[in-house]
Ligand binder design. Structure first.
Ligand code: 6PG
Length: 234
């Protein structure tokens, strides 16, 4: 795991955008497609906006967009991770509609998870690997919608499952650790002092869900602003 610290969030997002574009360009050159899972929450918002301003640097016709998780709300709901990615990024880049693999949050959680599982297996078919999974971390150490103590952490077969969250919205659909840890690259984006303790536990390999993200044959990079890194040893 590589921790990279940035003085300001702006430096972090500029670096993150460049890293996404580089990984995407390498994937398209090597395999004619870029399979990426976007994180939800608020942290990646500024990354998506920055990627939208650099749209010309990536061949969006070869990009397949998935999500690390989704809240079980309609796609028009302000809490939807899809809605956030659409307004900040997808409405501003020339990505074909059939390359956007939305988790259908408006469906019952089990049905949405089953449909997403089928889509993941259809598109990732060949080697089951994302090129890039972008993740955030909660102050409790959760990532995607994999929360502490949940049975989804031990899932050994499915790639997507329903998840009951301790925060609103209560029901989610999340990737399990299987496709996350099969990825070629995993990138955590973490900003703010409220995440500092979770980052310390991540770095110390404590038993939080985010610390279970250990890609077997991929890179793991954690981009931190100064506040999020404030509990780390100097
Ligand atoms: C979600 C995310 C979740 C998020 C963390 C951090 O659906 O909320 O997938 O895992 O990354 O909760 O959220 P913030 O970026 O809003 O702090």
């Amino acid at each position: 795991m590589k921790l990279v610290r940035f003085e300001t969030p702006d430096d972090l997002y500029e670096h993150a955008a460049g890293r996404v574009i580089r990984i995407g360009s390498e994937a398209v050159a090597a395999r004619d497609r870029f399979l990426v899972a976007l994180s939800g929450g608020e942290t990646p918002r500024l990354l998506y906006e920055r990627l939208a301003t650099r749209a010309h640097e990536l061949d969006w016709s070869s990009v397949h967009v998935f999500w690390s998780d989704e809240r079980c709300v309609p796609p028009t709901d302000a809490r939807s991770n899809y809605a956030m990615a659409r307004t900040t990024l997808l409405d501003h880049v020339p990505i074909p509609a059939d390359r956007i693999h939305r988790i259908e949050g408006e469906k019952p959680p089990r049905d949405a998870a089953d449909a997403y599982e089928a889509e993941l297996r259809r598109i990732l078919a060949e080697d089951g690997r994302f090129d890039l999974v972008i993740l955030g971390i909660g102050s409790d150490g959760h990532t995607a919608s994999l929360f502490p103590g949940h049975q989804s952490l031990a899932e050994q077969n499915r790639w997507a499952v329903p998840a009951h969250a301790p925060v609103d919205p209560a029901w989610r659909v999340t990737l399990t650790l299987l496709p996350i840890n099969a990825a070629r690259h995993v990138l955590f984006l973490v900003t703010g002092a409220e995440k500092a303790e979770a980052v310390r536990q991540l770095d110390a390999d404590k038993s939080i869900p985010a610390a279970l993200v250990r890609p077997a044959n991929g890179t793991l990079t954690v981009l931190l602003d100064r506040a999020a890194a404030s509990a780390l040893p100097e």
